[in-house]
Design a protein around this ligand. Structure first.
Ligand code: G4P
Length: 522
């Protein structure tokens, strides 16, 4: 069991759209033998029907809406990659996925540097002390000076960096990288189809001059001296404590620098870590199985109306058909066809270990954050809901289908597609999202999966804040004063719908004992 835990690496790749996350994922799968030819997943036509694009709507839009899981064996390691939706309107989905990983690889476009989405996702990593490795991609293109890039990453992502490889020129002049971690030189040969053979040369030998010329050899040695001078020596513990981010350079498209990244990653990245539950810290080595649901996807197969709940195994061994307790429902469940995920297919498994993600067929039993145990009353923490950015009233467009609509809304909210608030003043339902696209997804899915039509009505709100106070009297007074703007979330918690920043600030000033939270986990 200990060996199984130790060899697992569960992580997510995050980036701003277009930095190269999909391409890098595909190259990693190539090394894992999950696909034969690089380009197989990525070629544009296939991309639209690739494994992670499960929902019809994704096919239509060509964006990855859902989060899927890919697993493969590499050397002695079992690698679990949790894919995340690229589109920023589904950021909430990505936040939740980050609760199920033990580490993260951040892809940065070498020409564009740190972009908005990356900054936001890094915030979540920081909140959770998740170790990160940075891959600076697209070195085959003209980009920015590597030292500048590293400065920007430190400043923008608020983390210290340590380059473990170093690029020799870039763009058309790109010659390769010096792998500081292994002390070897990798020469660049553009190739989209095959895994590039490495040429390995000692940095101090004259062969360096033979390979990249005198001028570049000299520059490289100077650069490396500077790197050693500027950046502290790499200490894997600092990385594991999420205090320092190792950085690699490469070109995912050309399959360059990817294997170096993977080789280093499997060695230094953490195996499953202890997880904090409300009741206690859960250690992966604990004998008894525990796990939590961090993601639910519906209708992977449009022919069967089924959901899959993604469960992260936190401790013990998960066994097919064994009785497990669904803590929120207090009932015992058995899973006869749990699945694991490969790049192109999924298959039934008999057992799973901490770090693994299993897919549990679901017919509406699960909600995001649900815990499964061998009987223990346990509640995992750390699945926050963030205040949505956009709000709309949802209205029934077909009075004959009220039941279907309500059921659809309920299930979609269980999946975590968006957040539902009920205004306490007028009883109207409000849907809160991160972006416009989510409204479209909800409308589409209600119609296609539940046969219910909905209509959106505009609602201008600034933020939803979860409120609490030790001072019951003041809390009541506040609710009375703001009765038109008070709502309940699905757990029945009080939520204040602030229609402007000004109103929120005034409220905070007038009601000092009340805490206004922008996430629901407090
Ligand atoms: P994403 O998942 O982060 O959104 O990015 P994705 O991998 O889809 O890559 C975005 C674009 O960047 C793709 O081009 C991809 O081919 C390109 N790309 C990825 N890695 C590299 C690299 O190392 N060098 C260069 N030059 N380009 C890279 P596209 O035109 O959008 O798609 P396609 O037509 O190439 O499939």
């Amino acid at each position: 069991m200990l060996d199984e835990i130790k060899r697992r690496r569960t992580f997510a790749i995050i980036s701003h759209p277009d930095a190269g996350k999909t391409t890098l994922t595909e190259k990693l799968l190539l090394f894992g033998g999950q696909i034969q030819v690089a380009g197989a997943v990525k070629s544009n036509k296939i991309k639209k029907t690739a494994t992670s694009d499960w929902m019809e709507i994704e096919k239509q839009r060509g964006i990855s809406v859902t989060t899927s899981v890919m697993e493969f064996d590499y050397r002695d390691f079992k690698v679990n990659i949790l894919d995340t939706p690229g589109h920023q309107d589904f950021a909430e989905d990505t936040f939740r996925t980050l609760t199920a990983v033990d580490s993260v690889i951040i892809v940065v476009d070498g020409a564009k540097g740190v972009e908005a989405q990356t900054r936001k996702l890094m915030e979540v990593c920081r909140m959770r002390n998740t170790p990160v490795i940075v891959f600076i991609n697209k070195m085959d293109r003209e980009g920015r000076d590597p030292f500048d890039l590293l400065d920007e990453i430190e400043a923008e992502l608020q983390i210290k960096v340590r380059p473990l490889s170093w690029p020799i020129e870039q763009g058309l002049r790109f010659k390769g990288v010096y792998n500081i971690y292994e002390g070897k030189l990798d020469l660049y040969q553009p190739s989209k189809q095959v895994v590039t053979e490495k040429v390995e040369i000692d940095i101090d030998s004259e062969e360096l001059e033979h390979n990249i010329g005198e001028q570049l050899a000299e520059k490289l040695r100077m650069d490396l001296e500077l790197v050693d001078g500027v950046y502290p020596e790499f200490d894997v513990n600092d990385y594991l404590k999420a205090e320092i981010a190792p950085v690699f350079f490469g070109s995912a498209l050309n399959n360059f620098g990817v294997q170096e990244l993977l080789d280093c990653f499997v060695e230094i990245a953490p195996s499953p870590r202890p997880v904090q539950a409300e009741e206690r810290v859960v250690n992966p080595e604990d004998e008894k199985f525990t796990g939590f649901i961090f993601k639910i996807t519906a209708n992977i197969d449009p022919n069967h109306r089924s959901c899959v709940a993604f469960c992260k195994v936190c401790s013990g061994k998960f066994v097919r058909n064994a009785p497990y307790k669904h803590v929120r429902h207090g009932k015992t469940m058995r899973f006869s066809s749990p699945t694991q995920f490969m790049a192109q297919k999924k298959s039934t498994i008999d057992e799973a270990y901490p770090g693994d993600i299993i897919g549990l067929p679901d017919t509406g039993n699960f909600k995001i954050g649900d815990t499964l145990t061998e009987g223990e009353e346990l509640h995992f923490k750390g699945l926050p809901s963030f205040s949505p950015e956009m709000f709309k009233y949802i209205e029934n467009a077909d009075p004959m289908k009220t039941k279907q609509l309500n059921k659809g809304i309920d299930q979609l909210m269980d999946e975590g597609v968006a957040q539902l608030f009920v205004n306490q003043f007028n009883g109207r339902k409000i849907i809160g999202t991160v972006g416009q696209l989510q409204f479209e997804v909800i409308q589409y899915r209600l119609l296609n999966e539940y046969n219910a039509a909905c209509r959106w009505e505009p609602l201008s709100l600034y933020k939803a804040c979860w409120i609490e106070s030790d001072n019951a009297e003041e809390l009541e007074a506040f609710k009375k004063r703001k009765y038109q703007f008070m709502a309940k979330d699905r757990e029945g918690r009080d939520v204040f719908l602030a229609d402007s920043n000004y109103v929120l600030q005034m409220a905070q000033m007038d009601f000092k004992s009340i805490k206004f939270h922008f996430t629901s986990e407090f």
